[in-house]
Design a protein around this ligand. Structure first.
Ligand SMILES: [Zn+2]
Length: 256
């Protein structure tokens, strides 16, 4: 039995299906993640090509089938993140955010706050905010959706809020100096990394102002977030692998 749904949605990815058709994975505001069959999408005369590109946002009318294929009935009001799509670096970060969304959500699980959070994140990147910093905020705030709850503000043992903190893998949280001194398994982090993570946990993307971080600081945050994701989340995305390598090749000077 088909159900008709009107919703805003963002394309997570599309892939070829048979010769002339495509499957499009959407993250929608009202129906969660949905895989849609688009007949003739590979044909030259197919008119909604832009709207089914990854990262395009549109108003959709969908025919959702509980069993079997679901279809797009109509597409309107398509918006694209042109700056992101035209820039290999920004595109890599945005693709990673879409991949995380795909990894964290079950199909058809409705999560409107997450939908809005994704759109805000992409808009910030499109509007020129540092994509690396937006990605940090995204990853930190997504941790709880992965079932990982880390308090970066209070000591996991005594509950105090006296920085500098260090991170304890065993306690899955921060420890004050007094407690950290008794422990042998601290991450030995620059305390500023934890300060920024605690800030990123609380930041509201709607009200955010410019955040500027030095590249060494970003490097340290990146390294620690990668460890956190390895240890507690265990999601390894190709797009993330690409970002790591991309940052390596930027560091090689061009031939002169
Ligand atoms: Zn303490």
């Amino acid at each position: 039995m088909a159900k008709e749904i009107e919703t805003q949605g963002i394309v997570l990815y599309n892939r070829d299906y048979r010769e002339k058709d495509k499957l499009v994975k959407l993250f929608t505001a009202n129906a969660g993640k949905q895989m849609l069959f688009v007949k003739g999408a590979n044909a030259p005369r197919y008119k909604n090509k832009a709207a089914i590109q990854s990262m395009s946002v549109s108003a959709f009318v969908l025919n959702i089938n509980e069993n079997g294929l679901s279809f797009i009935k109509s597409i309107s009001e398509t918006q694209r993140f042109r700056k992101i799509q035209g820039d290999i670096f920004l595109n890599a970060y945005a693709t990673y955010l879409l991949g995380l969304i795909d990894a964290v959500l079950m199909d058809r699980e409705v999560d409107q706050p997450l939908f809005i959070f994704l759109l805000q994140s992409l808009r910030l990147i499109e509007d020129g905010m540092d994509a690396e910093v937006v990605t940090f905020i995204f990853e930190v705030q997504l941790l709880s959706r992965f079932g990982v709850h880390i308090d970066f503000e209070y000591c996991a043992i005594c509950g105090c809020d006296n920085p500098p903190f260090d991170f304890s893998w065993t306690h899955q949280g921060v420890l004050c100096r007094k407690e950290a001194d008794k422990s042998f398994e601290m991450a030995s982090l620059n305390p500023n990394v934890l300060y920024f993570l605690s800030l990123f946990t609380k930041v509201n993307l709607e009200k955010i102002n410019k955040i500027t971080l030095k590249s060494e600081m970003k490097h340290d945050i990146r390294e620690f977030l990668d460890l956190l994701y390895d240890e507690y989340v265990g999601v390894h995305l190709k797009s993330k692998h690409f970002i790591n390598h991309m940052n390596e090749w930027v560091n090689y000077p061009p031939l002169s």
